[in-house]
Design a protein. Structure first.
Length: 211
């Protein structure tokens, strides 16, 4: 079990679990921690692994087992807690963001995922395609995670990925060390985005700018 807490200037907490365990081991860890596992048992192995890891990471964040809820848009919350949370997972990691003041969004994706280039016209607007080169995989992944994180923060899955969210120009740098800071607009809102590389993944946190 490898859990890392990332420091964020905005004050949010981000906990990352580097998934190395099989689903059965994660379910056993849930039992040992006092987390109810009945809802996990009928899930396919991949989904069971993700959900068990989510519950364990939440238990680590709150210091006790908690009940995870979702609203009509699928946005997560913790029963009885006012803190804002967002969760993302890939086959190799789970990340949890928590913030007492802001509605936030987090997303993660492998830094070398080439598939995003093939769908660039579906999530990059004309302006973004000017500063994101058609063969720059990392910049595409960063843009993808940034827009996905903003959609989660907006609690609106119907947002237009292209013109509805507008990223300001950025340069990822190579190799990427520390945090990359981005800015974006979504309708009338501005967002501050922090991008961090962990285990060959870009993890992007979106926090609304407060006037």
């Amino acid at each position: 079990m490898v859990i890392e807490e990332l420091k964020c200037e905005c004050g949010a907490r981000v906990l990352v679990w580097r998934l190395e365990e099989k689903a059965s081991r994660l379910v056993d860890l849930c039992r040992e921690t006092g987390i109810a596992v009945e809802g996990l048992m009928d899930m396919p192995e991949k989904r069971q692994r993700e959900k068990a890891a989510e519950l364990l990471l939440l238990c680590r964040a709150f210091g006790r087992p908690v009940t995870l809820c979702h609203d009509g848009q699928g946005a997560p919350s913790v029963e009885g807690e006012a803190v804002n949370i967002s969760i993302t997972h890939t086959p190799r990691l789970v990340a949890l963001a928590l913030d007492d003041c802001h509605v936030i969004g987090i997303d993660a994706e492998q830094a070398d995922r080439q598939q995003v280039i093939r769908v660039r016209n579906k999530f990059l607007n004309a302006s973004e395609q000017q500063f994101i080169s058609a063969d720059d995989i990392q910049s595409h992944v960063i843009a993808w995670t940034a827009k996905e994180a903003i959609i989660k923060a907006e609690r609106n899955s119907a947002l237009d990925w292209t013109d509805g969210i507008r990223l300001e120009p950025f340069v990822p740098g190579a190799p990427m060390i520390g945090n990359l800071i981005l800015a974006a607009c979504c309708e009338s809102h501005r967002y501050h985005l922090t991008v961090r590389m962990v285990e060959n993944h870009f993890i992007t946190l979106a926090v609304p700018c407060i006037p």
